[in-house]
Design a protein around this ligand. Structure first.
Ligand SMILES: Nc1ncnc2c1ncn2[C@@H]1O[C@H](COP(=O)(O)OP(=O)(O)OP(=O)(O)O)[C@@H](O)[C@H]1O
Ligand code: NI
Length: 346
């Protein structure tokens, strides 16, 4: 990232002050005014545009939003591993009091897979087909804790048992293609847990799985969170997943967090029209008739976002002000923030 200090405008300073007010200090991970862009020949895509949130020790935070809102780029930005031509060009990410983005590449590598682990949607792609499962689950232990091959293998069996892989002594020699999708995701979790991380970042960890397996994996993540006080960031497009496992949620729209706070409060009392729209899209299994109100329109092109509120073109309550004024995040309740100009638009 570049030196943001030299390029801070008044608006940036406002945003930073505001971000500081939004979040508290006693957190394991503290993200402030994060900015990530992809610069190509013709255009700049501002995929993450001033995102701030906190994750306390032992907390599970969900990031939710439609496809293309910047959820995955946000999670990659936290460890500064956004692929080229992407770059984090502003903001801070403090993990346990230290700024990750200013660390050397070697220091960042030391954190990854050790104190901070990541799992992704496609375990088939993340696992290497030419190495057996035991070798891969044990890899972080060889890299970060200098365990020998045989010690890392023994520990891999233990980890595989812990994440519910049956007969781990036998399956430790299997290759990824011999595992089902659910078992591969369990293996990924085993690998992620190898060095007992303080923070697990899980990007759509259950999207590729069927609902029964999804429920089992979510249960497992919750169980590990309770047992070890591991903090978790779950990226998902599924509000059901948020309701099921998260303590707090950040709703993202077009590169920004538009609503943030306690999950129960936000589900009971959503304030931002985008959050209301997302909630209205969730089928109600108890209702006789389903009235699914999809949010009309599409996410704006992040290389050319509208003036004023990014959501205004799709918002049923948008006024002329909304099309001119960029709304700031503000407190709308205890531990509940919304970036809409209007109080309880409905
Ligand atoms: N490699 C890339 N090059 C250029 N732009 C990119 C790249 N990766 C992501 N983007 C831009 O960043 C935006 C946000 O992408 P991101 O993957 O974070 O979305 P998401 O919210 O995770 O969506 P999904 O639910 O589909 O995973 C995209 O809409 C795209 O414009
Ligand atoms: Ni994504």
């Amino acid at each position: 990232m570049s030196d943001a200090q030299t390029t801070l405008s008044d608006a940036d300073i406002d945003a930073e002050t505001e971000a500081a007010q939004v979040c508290s200090d006693d957190s394991l991970l503290s993200v402030r005014n994060l900015q990530t862009r992809f610069q190509t020949a013709g255009e700049t895509v501002q995929a993450v545009d001033g995102v701030s949130f906190d994750i306390a020790e032992g907390e599970i935070l969900g990031i939710v939003g439609e496809s293309g809102c910047g959820k995955s780029v946000t999670s990659l930005s936290l460890m500064d591993i956004v692929p080229e031509p992407g770059e984090v060009h502003g903001g801070t990410v403090r993990f346990d009091g230290e700024d990750i983005l200013t660390k050397s590449p070697e220091e960042k590598r030391q954190l990854r897979g050790n104190r901070v682990s990541m799992v992704f949607q496609e375990p088939a792609k993340a696992l290497n087909p030419v190495f057996d499962i035991g070798w891969q689950v044990g890899e972080p232990l060889r890299v970060h804790e200098n365990l020998t091959k045989s010690a890392s293998r023994a520990k891999a069996v233990e980890l595989m048992r812990r994440v519910g892989i049956p007969s781990p002594e036998e399956r430790v020699d299997d290759y990824p293609h011999e595992f089902s999708g659910g078992m591969r995701q369990r293996a990924m979790l085993a690998m992620a847990l190898a060095c007992t991380p303080d923070l697990l970042i899980a990007d759509e960890p259950t999207t590729a799985l069927d609902v029964t397996i999804e429920a089992q994996i979510l249960d497992l993540i919750q169980e590990l969170n309770v047992q070890t006080s591991m903090s978790v960031l779950i990226v998902t497009h599924d509000l059901g997943v948020v309701a099921e496992v998260c303590d707090r949620v950040a709703v993202m729209y077009a590169g920004r967090v538009v609503e943030y706070g306690d999950v129960e409060d936000i589900f009971a009392n959503p304030q931002h029209p985008y959050t209301k729209g997302l909630i209205d899209c969730v089928p109600d299994p108890t209702a006789d008739e389903q009235s699914l109100e999809a949010i009309s329109g599409t996410v704006p092109n992040l290389a050319d976002t509208p003036e004023g509120c990014n959501f205004a073109p799709r918002c049923p309550h948008a006024t002329d002000e909304c099309r001119q004024i960029d709304p700031r995040m503000r407190a709308v309740g205890d531990d509940h923030y919304s970036a809409c100009l209007w109080e309880d638009p409905s």
